[in-house]
Design a protein around this ligand. Structure first.
Ligand code: MG
Length: 243
């Protein structure tokens, strides 16, 4: 099309509608710049919870003593079944974007829920299950990636035992009023090894092993990593961004 025809068309649009493309342009506030060098390394506005050096951001789930989970030479840590119920962050969080990497054990001496069972609990209450689900049948609302006993993962993208895996979790925290009533549900969106396994599912309440979900009012809570049993599970590269 000749340039003058384009100008005539644009002018006629403005004249005919009284609207301009400028009417719907927004120029501020300008989003903050955040640098990220890879999909798995923490962006520069992330809170680093574990980078392989120490467990200073964590404490035992039960009791006040420090965690005794083992830090390994490769920058990971491994669950120690020390009866402390796992580890949780010292800081409490609301809605977050969480990245966490985990590795199940090559020890296949157990099966079902006893093979590298752990879990990532947002606000200490809402579990995304960790389990060796590569070749290990169990109830599907309790396999790796499930919102435990609430939502079955859309697909099973589990890797073989002994291989590192990742969760990228968007957690939208529930909201309660002063009377203790839930006025807004929480939601999970989850990627397992980069594959979408939950697309903004509504959290029904706490992820109970026995009985229905509970909805007692709460505020911010810790990120909790479960110490279940019976074969080892390791973690590395844990970070989150507050939303
Ligand atoms: Mg678990």
């Amino acid at each position: 099309m000749k340039p003058y025809l384009s100008i005539i068309l644009i002018l006629s649009f403005v004249v005919n509608t009284g609207q301009s493309s400028k009417d719907t342009e927004i120029w501020g506030p300008i989003p903050k710049k955040v640098n990220s060098i890879s999909d798995s390394s923490p962006p520069d506005d992330a809170i680093i919870l574990f980078d392989g050096t120490d467990l200073s951001s964590w404490q035992a789930r039960w009791g006040e003593k420090d965690s005794e989970w083992q830090i390994n030479d490769d920058g990971s840590m491994t669950v120690v079944f020390d009866g402390t119920g796992g580890i949780q962050t010292k800081e409490n969080f609301g809605s977050v974007q969480l990245h966490i990497e985990w590795k199940t054990s090559e020890d296949l001496s157990h099966k079902n829920q006893d093979r590298s069972n752990s879990g990532v609990f947002l606000q200490g209450r809402y579990e995304i299950q960790i389990l060796d689900s590569y070749d290990n049948p169990t109830y599907v609302n309790g396999q790796a990636g499930s919102v435990y006993k609430q939502y079955i993962p859309l697909v099973n993208s589990s890797r073989k035992p002994g291989h590192w895996q990742s969760y990228d979790i968007i957690f939208d925290a529930p909201v309660f009023d002063n009377g203790g009533n839930k006025i807004k549900s929480g939601f999970f969106t989850v990627f397992h090894n980069g594959v979408l396994i939950h697309n903004k599912v509504e959290i029904l309440g706490t992820t109970e092993n026995v009985g229905p979900p509970k909805n007692l009012a709460h505020g911010d809570g810790p990120l909790y990593l479960q110490n279940h049993c019976c074969t080892q599970i390791s973690f590395r590269n844990i970070w989150l961004r507050k939303l």
